[in-house]
Design a protein around this ligand. Structure first.
Ligand SMILES: C[S@@+](CC[C@H](N)C(=O)[O-])C[C@H]1O[C@@H](n2cnc3c(N)ncnc32)[C@H](O)[C@@H]1O
Length: 413
């Protein structure tokens, strides 16, 4: 194993596994998120048509207390996918929590390993690698990106999350301020003093002025440590992220919520909007990040293929699936208000949709393909396709609809 001798980050995650999780809660809920929901993996990396009868090898690199691990392992098991999921983390304390969560659920598709993700390839080659909230803590993040690329099977891809600077406004000043005050104290003492400092901050303090950062308020001691006392944590702007991927030989596929990176959402003036529209994608996304100011993390998908990948196309065989939203709730909103609405860290979005879109949502069950949905509605193809595209665009942009054959596969077994 590649050692990190006396590494402060390693010490941190032994003292404060993050995020704080209690295995007993597995009996009451499944934490679901992005990246790494299987619908999303299918949508962004396998054209929305992965053949789930084929074995699926996954690496969860820096798996921590197990959120992505448990989500993936449970959903793949529930749908009868033959999967092997390798959990890899250098923190023994985090692994114990993740193992306890898997045990409560009776999951048998996970192999637990303690080690450094720089050695990822020594655990095999993987169809999918999750790496969420980890790479920005490495001494040499580029080496981490390259190591993950080196562990991808042909045609496989990565779903990752790294910090972004503007939405974390206030964090880095506070990290530096705390280093000046409590660097040599024990982790527990650092947390105690950080809480004292937070209580007396002036209203002009950057963190106090950023209402969308609340890990320190709601994430317990581990949340506070992770946000404000981290010894190694670097954010990525959109251009920095794209440059990093390029250096690692990874090809960007999509952000998990592409709508957050569309500058047209943030520009009212038509002339300026038209200028934004003609920028290359990378510059458009960078512009959106700068204008909106609230992006705290970048959750994205990438592959090792050299050619840019088309995200899942709409065909008759497309199986639309909803994530994090119920079709009934969306349909009700459309009937009542003629809109779907949402909010991301203080920015509201709304899209007008015709009442027929609510009817279409009622026929979308994650198993039917579009041809079957169309037959239920009894519509002609052109009219049906136009309505589906109108519905799909905002739902995909905000991470609510993906294409995947997973549940269809499970229902046909
Ligand atoms: C912020 S936690 C994120 C955990 C998990 N991925 C999640 O999203 O909930 C970061 C994790 O990365 C692990 N980690 C950091 N550097 C690592 C490395 N080089 N190899 C393996 N794990 C590492 C830490 O031990 C910690 O559990």
């Amino acid at each position: 194993m590649t050692d990190l001798p006396d590494d402060p980050v390693q010490r941190q995650y032994e003292a404060y596994p993050y995020p704080e999780r209690d295995a007993a809660e597995e009996a009451t809920r499944l934490i679901s998120g992005s990246p790494s929901h299987p619908f999303e993996i299918d949508h962004f990396l396998f054209d929305g048509v992965r053949d789930w009868s084929q074995p699926f090898r996954v690496l969860v690199a820096g798996g921590g207390t197990g959120d992505a691990l448990i989500m993936l392992a449970q959903i793949l098991a529930d749908n009868g996918v033959q999967a092997e999921i390798v959990y890899l983390d250098m923190s023994q304390a985090s692994r114990r929590i993740a193992e306890a969560r898997a045990k409560v659920r009776g999951l048998t598709n996970i192999r637990f390993e303690t080690g450094n993700l720089l050695d990822a390839a020594s655990y095999g080659s993987f169809d999918y690698i999750d790496c969420c909230g980890v790479l920005h803590h490495l001494p040499d993040p580029d080496a981490g990106f390259a190591a993950l690329r080196g562990a991808l099977a042909e045609g496989g891809g990565i779903g990752a999350m790294v910090y972004a600077p503007y939405g974390r406004a206030g964090v880095y000043e506070m990290q530096d301020a705390l280093k000046a005050l409590v660097l040599d104290d024990s982790p527990q003492e650092q947390v105690r003093m950080a809480r004292m400092l937070l209580q007396g901050l002036p209203p002009t303090n950057g963190l106090a002025r950023n209402p969308f950062l609340n890990d320190h308020a709601h994430g317990g001691d581990a949340g506070l440590y992770d946000l404000l006392l981290h010894s190694r944590d670097r954010p990525y702007t959109v251009p920095q992220l794209f440059d990093t991927l390029e250096r690692a030989g990874l090809t960007f596929v999509s952000f998990a919520a592409p709508g957050r990176y569309d500058p047209r959402m943030m520009i009212g003036d038509p002339e300026l909007r038209a200028r934004a529209e003609v920028l290359p994608y990378r510059e458009r996304a960078a512009l959106a990040e700068r204008l909106v100011g609230n992006i705290k993390v970048h959750a994205f998908y990438a592959t090792a293929d050299n050619t840019p990948k088309q995200v899942a196309q709409i065909t008759e065989d497309t199986v639309p699936c909803l994530i994090g939203a119920s079709g009934a709730a969306l349909a009700e909103s459309i009937y009542k208000t003629g809109m779907i609405r949402g909010e991301f860290d203080g920015v509201a979005f709304q899209r007008k949709l015709p009442n027929d879109a609510a009817g279409m949502l009622a026929a979308i069950d994650g198993r039917r393909n579009l041809e079957e949905v169309r037959r239920i509605m009894g519509w002609e193809k052109p009219r049906f396709n136009e309505l589906f595209t109108t519905l799909y665009q905002p739902l995909n942009n905000f991470g609510l609809m993906r294409f995947s054959h997973l549940k269809r596969f499970a229902s046909q077994r």
